[in-house]
Design a protein around this ligand. Structure first.
Ligand SMILES: Cc1cc2nc3c(=O)[nH]c(=O)nc-3n(C[C@H](O)[C@H](O)[C@H](O)COP(=O)(O)OP(=O)(O)OC[C@H]3O[C@@H](n4cnc5c(N)ncnc54)[C@H](O)[C@@H]3O)c2cc1C
Length: 296
């Protein structure tokens, strides 16, 4: 297994917080795999330190399970201020520091605004508080009933001390002397759209408010990160950037399989693990000569 991080486990170690998952359980699982003969090569970024093509040449089968290791970002005035961070990368940095892989503690503001409504947003609230933020505001453009983190996640954020602002969307990060001092938000309302599961947030014209802030953590979605440029190796990507796989997790290039969030988009531990197990079974059948390659 080739992995860019200093320790195996992916988001189970570097994303999900230890209040939500038993990290020692994950580490025991990795230990069991080592015992079975799995060789872990840490700190190797495929696409940079080794090319996917070399793995395709060198192995009988390859599984891509590189997840969604890039944050979607808001593009609004002030986005490039150094106090505006991508929440997932910041949480990964926190874990690198927490587990002793990096000496430097990630920066935290006194007044933090977290943008988003998913698990990463809720976790960004927790970590901000743990690192000493005095005030944390969570802003989300819909209402909690429609948030990926759900009513439960929002309650958890409130219990961690966040002030929640629903139906609000940042439109500008305000700076003074090159430093962030506040977030200007526009009020939103929800409009049902036929055929869509969730109502669409639309701006309420002329209605704005400002939150004072010295740090922003954007948690507005994660992007699939296949370890190659789109189109390379004949591996087809879907429009949303996920790797196109069939029911046996076969990509459009023999003998490359793909599983987990990189093949179905950001999800949860359960579906990602199930997808990996399905891929493992398919690879086993493929290596035994019981499964051919897809045609389309
Ligand atoms: C902050 C946060 C909190 C979350 N909380 C929860 C939760 O409470 N409950 C829940 O069920 N789910 C949660 N999730 C989602 C869950 O962690 C993911 O759905 C799941 O881990 C996806 O598994 P995966 O194996 O597909 O990818 P990942 O766990 O993302 O693993 C991908 C692996 O690929 C490696 N990699 C990526 N690119 C390369 C490359 N080019 N070369 C080498 N290695 C590479 C990474 O280092 C990583 O080890 C959370 C996610 C985040 C970010």
């Amino acid at each position: 297994m080739f992995d860019q991080m200093p320790e195996p486990g992916g988001f189970l170690i570097f994303g999900v917080l230890e209040i939500h998952i038993d990290k020692e359980g994950v580490r025991r699982g990795v230990g069991e795999l080592r015992g079975l003969g799995v060789e872990f090569r840490q700190g190797v970024r495929v696409g940079r330190d080794v090319l996917l093509g070399e793995l395709i040449e060198g192995y009988d089968a390859v599984l891509i399970a590189t997840g969604t290791w890039r944050s979607r970002r808001l593009r609004i005035p002030g986005s490039d201020l150094p106090q505006v961070h991508a929440a997932m990368e910041w949480i990964v940095d926190y874990h690198l520091w927490r587990y002793g892989y990096r000496g430097e503690r990630p920066p935290v503001g006194r007044r933090v605004v977290v943008v988003g409504g998913g698990l990463t947003a809720v976790d960004a609230v927790h970590v901000s508080r743990w690192l000493g933020a005095e005030e944390v505001h969570l802003v989300y453009r819909r209402t909690r009933e429609y948030a990926p983190a759900g009513v439960k996640g929002f309650r958890e954020a409130e219990e961690a001390g966040a002030v929640v602002h629903e139906l609000a969307q940042p439109v500008e990060y305000i700076a003074e002397g090159g430093r962030l001092v506040g977030v200007r938000l526009q009020r939103m309302r929800l409009v049902p759209v036929p055929g869509e599961k969730r109502p669409r947030p639309v701006p309420v014209e002329g209605e704005y408010f400002t939150l004072p802030a010295d740090m922003v953590l954007e948690a507005v979605g994660l992007i699939p990160t296949p370890p190659f440029n789109g189109g390379d190796y004949g591996i087809r990507l879907r429009r949303d950037g996920t790797i196109d796989v069939d029911e046996y997790k076969r990509t459009t290039r023999e003998p490359v399989f793909a599983a987990g969030d990189v093949s179905h988009g950001p999800s949860l531990i359960g579906p990602a693990a199930k997808s990996g197990l399905d891929a493992a079974r398919a690879i086993d059948r493929y290596l035994r000569g019981e499964l051919g390659w897809r045609t389309g």
